[in-house]
Unconditional design. Structure first.
Length: 307
């Protein structure tokens, strides 16, 4: 029985990415028969089915296939790193870096991180995607992303979190609001007003949970997954919202609003970079976390991952 080869893993990942053997064969520039034979050998070697072949839906991975896909991507990425190091040495960093970030944090994370790699490591192909913490961490576990940046309270057991900075929950009000000059506001002080909540899972449910813990039942008028929409509704005087912000953040996400820290007791939360448990991070991943820690640390110092 033959050993597993990198070519088999490459073909398998191509099938997962394209959704069909035919499309995968075009992507890797070999015949369809070659790809099919390689996958058959791989399934035989592992003793399990990796793909479900459905005429209507194309090819989708089994549970074993999904697990193999994540590991295969890591193996292929590490192999590419080794090949590059052997060619140009360790002085030049290159290759793809796929970053995921929850939408509300993306303006703080993506532009400075992209600029850092563009300036310091132009051979690195920096890509990013935005979304909910659940979707991003699923993509991380499946090997589609290298790192995801999420709130610590949203992390799942399958990832290793690296905390970047603590965050503060604030109540967003129109700038003309009578409470707009207060240093803190309790939920009870806005309980009679309409709530306009950010509906990016699990933000909405957490907001309701925090308010109910303080003895307040929120009067939810609208929800939106678009922070700009929520901000505009609040600025128009139609209600209040809740948003996590950085400890020293003085700017607001839009004109015509103020944000006041919540006076009620709130569970601690932070921004974390997460990677799948049990993997060895690449140099590109090390560099990204190093920079993010520097970005979010007041004194500019950088500490180890602590993995």
């Amino acid at each position: 029985m033959s050993d597993i080869t990198l070519r088999q893993l490459e073909y398998f990942v191509a099938i997962i990415d394209t959704g069909s053997v035919t499309a995968a064969s075009r992507q890797v520039n070999v015949t369809q028969a070659t790809v099919s034979m390689a996958i058959g050998q791989l399934e035989k070697r592992l003793g399990t089915d990796l793909l479900i072949r459905n005429r209507a839906k194309g090819v989708v991975p089994t549970r074993a296939g999904r697990e193999l896909s994540a590991r295969a991507r890591q193996i292929l990425a590490m192999t590419a790193d080794l090949e590059h190091s052997a060619t140009v040495g360790d002085t030049e960093m290159s290759g793809p870096l796929e970053i995921g970030c929850v939408s509300s944090l993306s303006p703080h994370v993506v532009p400075p991180l992209a600029a850092h790699f563009e300036r310091e490591h132009p051979q690195v192909t920096f890509n990013y995607q935005e979304g909910s913490a659940g979707d991003l961490q699923a993509a991380l576990i499946n090997g589609v992303l290298d790192i995801a940046v999420v709130f610590s309270r949203q992390t799942i057991d399958a990832v290793e979190p690296i905390e970047l900075t603590e965050v503060v929950l604030k109540i967003m009000l129109p700038s003309s609001h009578p409470l707009g000059d207060r240093p803190e506001i309790s939920f009870s002080e806005v309980a009679h007003e309409s709530a306009i909540l950010i509906d990016i899972p699990p933000s909405r449910d957490r907001s309701i949970e925090f308010m109910r813990a303080a003895g307040v039942e929120p009067r939810i008028k609208w929800t939106s997954a678009n922070l700009a929409t929520v901000t505009a509704l609040v600025a128009s005087g139609l209600g209040y919202s809740l948003r996590y912000s950085l400890p020293d953040e003085t700017s607001t996400p839009g004109p015509g609003i103020v944000e006041i820290p919540v006076a009620d007791a709130i569970p601690r939360n932070a921004i974390s970079a997460v990677i799948p448990r049990g993997i060895r991070p690449s140099r590109r991943m090390d560099e990204a976390v190093w920079f993010l820690r520097k970005l979010f640390t007041k004194d500019g110092t950088v500490t180890d991952w602590g993995l």
